[in-house]
Design a protein around this ligand. Structure first.
Ligand SMILES: Cc1ncc(COP(=O)(O)O)c(C=O)c1O
Length: 367
């Protein structure tokens, strides 16, 4: 059994006039590998899906965080508020800009930014807030946006794991000033390499981010600002276009499988809590259990792969040592990092394989 079944996905979507193979062949035929027409076609489709004016594709989810940080001119002396219970890219990019990540803890039920801690963390140096939509559902963006708006601070949603999820009917990625997502292959909408996208409504911000993505270039060899190369390549856009017609069905499958896991395991493990107003895409299906190592060993024995997202919160990582974080600073994140474990999840997980996982988890936890 695979943790994420990308092979079955490709086998199912490769054929047909609009399939992945035909889409990629079209790129090989026209040869516009960089910024070919598939890029604009994909950006338009994704902007519409996300309910925003602009989608700017880029080379990875990390670049999707980098571009708005550059556009907002965040640097030395600035503070950016985020959570320590996330993938390192979220806070790494803050540090890379020379700014200081200010961590606040997560909510124990959703593992997302605890909005009640936000106001107290804001100072006159706060230049942005980056809530993370961890595992596939958004934090309380209404509360976060309301506080941020009062202080005139932009909110960048790290929607790397939650593309396809909604909050009060609005798409994750389109819930704040800027939304940033990743098309890493294992993400809810993955390409077959690295890729990402930034979403926003603000025309000026979008223009700046588009330029930054290609060396600050306003038009060919006219550079209005210092930028970088953060372009997504055309072949990856072709993969996304080949997958997009199936995306809604994939989200449904994820939700059906997630609900089934929760139904079957809810009495013996802490299963995901879906916050009111949210839909969840289970970018990861993550349990919390007392004896994680024991469960992982039992599942491994049964041929079932698991993963831990994430075993060490960022304030305890050597890379952030200079911030002076210590054990006890963020108890919810620390507790979660000791007990969370993610089970196999993808739209192509069969019910019989899922039954095997459920059976093995039950056996291990009730032994
Ligand atoms: C929460 C979060 N933020 C950012 C990223 C970075 O995305 P990428 O790997 O595409 O650079 C990831 C993906 O791994 C992620 O899970």
């Amino acid at each position: 059994m695979q943790f994420i079944d990308l092979k079955s996905q490709y086998a199912q979507y490769r054929g047909g006039d609009d399939g992945i193979d035909a889409r990629m062949q079209a790129v090989l035929d026209h040869g516009r590998y960089i910024m070919g027409p598939e890029i604009a076609e994909m950006e338009q489709a994704l902007a519409e899906r996300t309910g925003v004016a602009h989608c700017i594709s880029c080379a990875s989810g990390t670049d999707a965080l980098y571009l708005p940080m550059l556009a907002l001119d965040i640097g030395a002396g600035d503070e950016v508020i985020t959570v320590p219970f996330t993938f390192i890219a979220t806070a790494e990019i803050i540090r890379l800009m020379g700014a200081t990540p200010i961590f606040i803890d997560v909510d124990p039920l959703t593992y997302n930014m605890d909005a009640s801690q936000l106001e107290a963390a804001i100072t006159e140096r706060t230049k942005a807030i980056i809530p993370v939509s961890l595992y596939g559902q958004a934090p309380d963006m209404e509360a976060i946006n309301a506080i941020a708006n009062r202080h005139g601070i932009p909110v960048l949603e790290d929607a790397a794991q939650s593309y396809g999820a909604t909050q009060n009917g609005r798409a994750s990625g389109g819930l704040s000033t800027v939304g940033c997502t990743s098309f890493f292959p294992s993400k809810p909408l993955g390409c077959y390499g690295d890729g990402g996208a930034v979403f926003c409504d603000d025309d000026e911000l979008a223009k700046v981010m588009r330029e930054l993505r290609a060396h600050g270039q306003e038009k060919r060899y006219v550079h209005s600002r210092i930028g970088m190369n953060a372009r997504m390549d055309t072949l990856q856009a072709a993969v996304i276009l080949g997958k997009l017609p199936h995306f809604d069905a994939e989200i449904e499958a994820r939700q059906r499988l997630g609900a089934r896991y929760s139904q079957e395991l809810g009495s013996i493990a802490k299963v995901p809590t879906i916050a009111t107003g949210n839909t969840h895409v289970y970018g990861q299906y993550t349990l919390q259990v007392e004896d994680r190592d024991g469960l992982r060993a039992a599942l491994l024995e049964a041929g079932i792969p698991t993963a831990v997202h994430y075993p060490r919160p960022l304030h305890l990582q050597q890379a952030f040592e200079d911030l002076g974080g210590k054990v006890g600073d963020f108890p919810v994140s620390e507790e979660a990092s000791k007990h969370v474990v993610s089970l196999p999840m993808s739209p192509f997980l069969t019910e019989s394989d899922q039954d095997r996982v459920i059976e093995a988890v039950r056996k291990a936890l009730t032994a």
